[in-house]
Design a binder for this molecule. Structure first.
Ligand SMILES: [Zn+2]
Length: 108
């Protein structure tokens, strides 16, 4: 499924953005964090980053959370269904954003 590929590609991209921001950070703790994150498996990576990083990372973390959620839904066979009404999300919406969680009626 090509959505899975797009999700995985974007996860890798967001991860890279976070690591790049950390590597440019003025806080020594952030450089240490890069090493910590380096040793984390994918599922722990996000929890660890979300816990340790400040509000300047909130957008990246929230995007990554959405991407990871979509990947988990693929794994359990629930991908492409609205998380509110459980209707199928249109192919067009998923094409625009493969991490879409809600159908057109429930979208905020
Ligand atoms: Zn819905």
């Amino acid at each position: 499924m090509h959505h899975q590929q797009r999700l995985n590609d974007e996860i890798a991209q967001v991860k890279l953005n976070i690591l790049t921001m950390l590597s440019k950070s003025a806080y020594p703790a952030h450089h240490h964090l890069i090493q910590i994150l380096d040793n984390k498996a994918n599922n722990e990576w996000l929890d660890c980053a979300a816990e340790k990083l400040g509000p300047e990372y909130a957008i990246l973390i929230s995007r990554m959370t959405k991407l990871e959620a979509a990947v988990s839904q693929i794994e359990i066979g629930q991908y492409g269904y609205c998380c509110d009404c459980e209707e199928k999300i249109s192919a067009k919406l998923l094409e625009q954003d493969p991490a879409t969680q809600r159908c057109i009626k429930c979208a905020p």
